[in-house]
Design a protein around this ligand. Structure first.
Ligand code: PHE
Length: 452
């Protein structure tokens, strides 16, 4: 049998796991969610979810991956034969998420090139075609369709090239280059944001708790969904990544490091985005809450508008959108590894075959579907379905499986073989609590949807 390729170094795996976690979810998704769900009141459920669900689930996925050294379907199958389906469910989620995520990276990439000339003029909304995204007529952005398609093709070309390189020369190398670059780019952008006039107002809006909202199950579901999305859990990504770990790799401090790095990045992104919104609100004399929205709104409409009014905006624009691209690529490859590792481990495919038979069709789907009229309106829907339900269900199924098969103890023992922090009752309790919270919020949410 061929020996399985492994990560070259411990740092290599940590960088890759952090690279997967830190992505568009931190910069593009988190600030809007936090604001929409009660500003400071969102932070509490969010932190609670990181500690009790995020880190424990990271550990669960790392352990499963390292123990079985197989892509998600085969790993689940080794735990309990019929559970293979969980892994294929995660493949379906990965397919939709990756094909849509690439589109957002492509938007960002095209904006790297639009920024120097502030190409959106004085109507960034029309330029982006936000009306169009929300059901109106096609507008200017789509006259840029060649740019969009070119950007999307470039994103996929880079991703498939990285994938073709395998673990060390592909995934690990890409993260070694991208993560330091990301820190520099992002650092400059946040410092600039914080030194803008009005930044404090923005931060107030971000950090002011709306306590009356804390009891809403929607906030809790949103916080859990954000944590799942942001830490890349529930989709088998971390199972796939850790299936390339060496048997003796340490897990617990890695999970804590990744969780901490991701949240720090996320909070900093929130601080950066809200500083800029504070500036904008002062300039335009508009209350902040009218400036935020999720999705395309903040990054591709509000931001460009602000860049046009800000000294040095063109330069910051290039850095900001490049940050999105770099952060996005390191996450996108971790989504694509899910189907790749699944088919390779289940059906003995070679990497070359995966690139041709899985990678190219994914790229084609992404290119053919999303830039079209109906496709672009799918972006929000896919984000909602995938992150709101898909990942959360994947994570829930993993927990239920571990407990129901009684394998949870064996998994803890496997992790404890090398872990500095020993997994035991606290870990079991956190996982069980997570399952209960998820079942409850999902139930409430479905009930709510039916009632509407
Ligand atoms: N964590 C990534 C982000 O924050 C998204 C992601 C989700 C990546 C699931 C892999 C798996 O953008």
């Amino acid at each position: 049998m061929k020996t399985r390729e492994t990560w070259g170094t411990r740092a290599g795996f940590i960088l890759a796991a952090a690279g997967s976690a830190i992505g568009l979810g931190n910069i593009w998704r988190f600030p809007g969610e936090a604001y929409e769900f009660g500003g400071g009141a969102f932070l509490l459920p969010y932190l609670f979810a990181i500690l009790t669900a995020g880190i424990p689930l990271l550990l669960l996925e790392y352990t499963i991956g390292r123990k079985y050294r197989l892509g998600p379907p085969s790993a689940f199958r080794s735990i309990y034969r019929p559970a293979e389906g969980i892994g294929w469910w995660q493949n379906a989620i990965a397919f939709f998420l990756a094909t849509f995520y690439a589109v957002i990276i492509a938007w960002a990439l095209s904006y790297v090139f639009f920024s120097p000339s502030l190409a959106w003029g004085d109507d960034a909304g029309a330029f982006f075609g936000v009306e169009y995204l929300r059901a109106g007529e096609p507008l200017d952005f789509f006259e840029y369709r060649p740019a969009m398609l070119g950007a999307l093709a470039a994103v996929w070309a880079v991703v498939l090239l990285i994938m073709a390189g395998g673990v060390r020369k592909g995934l690990e190398l890409a993260n070694r280059i991208c993560i330091p670059l990301l820190l520099v780019l992002f650092g400059v952008v946040v410092v600039r944001a914080l030194t803008l006039e009005g930044a404090a107002e923005g931060l107030n809006a971000f950090f002011t708790p709306q306590w009356d909202k804390i009891g809403d199950y929607e906030i809790w579901l949103a916080a859990y969904a954000q944590v799942f999305f942001s830490l890349s859990i529930g989709m088998g990504t971390m199972i796939a990544y850790s299936s390339y770990l060496k048997k003796h790799s340490e897990l617990s401090t890695t999970a804590v490091t990744v969780g901490f790095a991701n949240s720090s990045f996320e909070l900093l992104a929130g601080i950066g985005v809200f500083s800029v919104l504070g500036f904008m609100s002062g300039e335009a004399d508009v209350p902040i809450d009218q400036l935020v929205g999720t999705g395309g709104g903040v990054a591709f409409v509000t931001f460009p508008t602000i860049l046009s009014q800000m000294p040095g905006g063109a330069f910051i624009g290039v850095l900001f959108f490049a940050t999105l691209v770099v952060a996005g690529i390191t996450s996108l490859i971790s989504m694509v590894i899910v189907p790749f590792s699944s088919f390779e481990d289940r059906f003995g495919w070679s990497r070359k075959k995966s690139v041709l038979v899985l990678g190219l069709p994914m790229a084609a789907f992404s290119l053919l579907i999303y830039p079209t009229a109906n496709g672009s309106s799918m972006v929000d829907a896919v984000d909602f379905a995938v992150s709101g339900y898909g990942l959360v269900l994947g994570g829930l199924a993993t927990i239920v499986l571990a407990f129901a098969t009684g394998k949870i103890k064996a998994l803890a023992a496997e992790a404890n073989r090398t872990s500095m922090l020993k997994l035991g009752n606290v870990w079991y309790t956190c996982l069980a609590l997570t399952a209960v919270v998820l079942v409850y919020t999902l139930y409430k949410s479905i009930q709510g949807q039916i009632a509407d």
